[in-house]
Design a protein around this ligand. Sequence first.
Ligand code: SAM
Length: 243
Amino acid sequence: IDFGFAEVPLEEKVKKVKGVFDSVAGNYDIMNDVMSMGIHRVWKRKTIELSGVRPGNTVLDLAGGTGDLTKAFAKRVGKDGKVVLADINESMVRVGRDRLINEGIVGNVDYTITNAEALGFPDNTFDVATIAFGLRNVTNKDKALEELYRVLKPGGQLMVLEFSKVTQPMLAKLYDFYSFNILPKMGKFIADDEASYQYLAESIRMHPDQETLKQMMLDAGFDKAEYINMSEGIVALHRSWKF
Ligand code: SAM
């Protein structure tokens, strides 16, 4: 495991996010399944399908956490390709690395501790980069998007999978109730950690909506950007390209 990349600036939010993911790492996978009723697997599968990743590609799974996308990409790129799981949180990366090794995913995956705002990779390195449920935790999102643009090869694609703005008013009300009333209680019951799941609900509410994020991607330098809503906008998959 390579812990040698960029130094992590210890700002307030960074400390808070570190605390949250240190705390949830051990229960992260089960909580994901319970909280989303397994639907996060569908959102991720769609992301993989649309990625167009092929054998021999080099892929960055930024904020890769416990490695769901990394695992699927590693199978796709094959032995001549490479997937880099990069995440700021050592606890999450350790859980992810152990899990993937146990599942026999070895040889074409690198693990690195790095901050999305200062990626320790050369320009024009990756064919595809993803950041799934990670961008909302990053303090300086514009900087992270600029970094993602820099490390993509010309012709490369960025995919941002993230909670977004629910498009259906009735569902939006229900979802709000679920996020702020039920979710933290589930966090307490299953993982004995109410605060982290309260943070999750707050961070979802604060995150830029579909059109705002699309514009941020263009402002960061991307030449084309688009998005699709999934589950009525509970989640949006943003895609952008560097020409
Ligand atoms: N991508 C995985 C998935 O979809 O299951 C993990 C998502 S998890 C909700 C968010 C991840 O973002 C955590 O592992 C956290 O450590 C990481 N993260 C938060 N801030 C980051 C930053 N500034 N740079 C890199 N990773 C970050």
